[in-house]
Design a protein around this ligand. Sequence first.
Ligand code: CP
Length: 324
Amino acid sequence: MFFWGRVLQVRLRNWNRRYCIMRHLLSPLDFSTQELDALFELADDIEKDPARYAHVCAGKKLATCFYEPSTRTRLSFETAMLNLGGSVLGFSDAASSSASKGESVSDTTRVICCFADICAMRHPKEGAAFVAASHSSIPIINAGDGGHQHPTQTLTDLMTIHALKGRLGDFTIGLCGDLKFGRTVHSLINALVRYENVKFKFISPEELRVPDYIIEMLKDKNIPYEEVISLENCIPELDLLYMTRVQRERFFNEEDYVRLKDFYILDKAKMSLAKPDCLILHPLPRVNEISVEVDEDERAVYFKQVQYGVYVRMALILTLLELA
Ligand code: CP
């Protein structure tokens, strides 16, 4: 009886995989705020009792298909799956995959589905993860698509804010640096507009302003925002400051990058103007935009953010594989 029950379960799962709508994470809006609450609760439980989750993914495989460089996101996903007792496979460079011979994202995805149970994909082209998802029988996680979105960084950012501020809402957040090309910025704004009483300060040079489509969205929703150039003038008002690097890889010419790369440098002098409980976040990698002298300030939480990223990715893997 148990045997046939098990056969039926496996057949149903395969049928579901083939014919039902697969749950992916392509945009931070793919999860409702209630689902995010549940995800953060699970991540919190994982942090408190990791041993309970150490074998939940035994026999499961995560593929990391990274067509663009990464340290945190790829290794965080791999750590998350290993912590859950699963295994990992994948590539960290388009040049070492058959993309270098001309294979399409959709064909590669079909192939990955034969090997793995879930896939995290990073790609330089906007929309690549959406293409993958539309040809996939396994959950696809967008690990960054060009200058568009980076939803799991947003989960990490939200979890950090929730854990360290105790709330998601009722604050003024400054986003500073490359607001044009920074996909983590676009994803975070999209996610935060769903919470109450969030005010945005966009701090950037004219050339790196937040894209018009985001400004239009904020206007449509009547969300308060201000675009400013001076970090010094703005920093005293902030409850959270989200620093970003200038995205060299998305510039059309090196001259512009060199001119803009050190436009903002957060140092001790500027930190002295910030509120005593203003948290400093950064998706990392940092280049020069936060001086290393700020690292010892207890308001600087960007390395704690990395640790939260592992817990929240563990929770995400469990949720998408329906093992939570
Ligand atoms: N934050 C982030 O996406 O870092 P990596 O590029 O190192 O993955």
